[in-house]
Write a protein that binds this ligand. Structure first.
Ligand SMILES: [Zn+2]
Length: 190
């Protein structure tokens, strides 16, 4: 029963995500920050604001840094688990090509305000993404992979926040700053 629900949620997520990406109007949207992530995906928002949620060059560099982490997350996820199965696949490792789905990346001040984002949020500088997860299991696995990547590469991140809202939806907020990363790891109920 739980598995069926997860699958239903996933297909909804994938559909709505691609529709949203296509619906975004800027011609820069299709440009790739890294092989699997476009600027459009990292700037999409359901909120309409006068500023159009356009990042500066500095913000784009921050997004690109973040996407390099997301590429490694994507690769390792597919090598280890793939296909969003509730349990690691006993066979066919490495054959999967699951995407990492971004709920929210860069947010202008106006967008951040409209969605109730925190003041001084890392989203404002393009240093943070909210990553969609199918549930608690995928949330934990993503978090573990990102911690492994940090340790192996001796790189630090600023925030790894495992968040859950009142409806019981989980997501992972992950942030990397150009410097001054605090390696903050927290479970949050929002
Ligand atoms: Zn966030």
């Amino acid at each position: 029963m739980v598995e069926i629900n997860k699958n239903a949620q996933l297909s909804q997520h994938l559909t709505s995500s691609s529709v949203a990406a296509l619906g975004h109007s800027s011609e820069l949207d299709g440009s790739h920050l890294t092989p699997h992530f476009t600027l459009g995906e990292l700037c999409k928002t359901s909120v309409k604001t006068a500023d159009g949620n356009i990042p500066s060059h500095v913000h784009i560099e921050n997004l690109r840094r973040l996407c390099r982490w997301l590429e490694r997350l994507r690769k390792r996820w597919n090598e280890r688990y793939g296909s969003l199965t509730p349990n690691p696949s006993p066979k066919g490792e490495g054959n999967s090509d699951d995407p990492i789905v971004i709920n929210s990346g860069y947010r202008s001040e106006a967008v951040n305000k409209a969605v109730g984002g925190a003041k001084g949020s890392n989203h404002l500088t393009g240093c943070a993404v909210d990553i969609r997860v199918a549930g608690m299991e995928q949330l934990l696995r993503y978090a573990v992979i990102l911690l492994d990547i940090a340790d192996e590469g001796r790189e630090d991140f600023d925030e790894l926040l495992m968040e859950r809202n009142a409806k019981g939806t989980y997501w992972l907020h992950f942030a990397v700053r150009p410097e001054g990363n605090r390696r903050k790891i927290v479970f949050l109920r929002v």
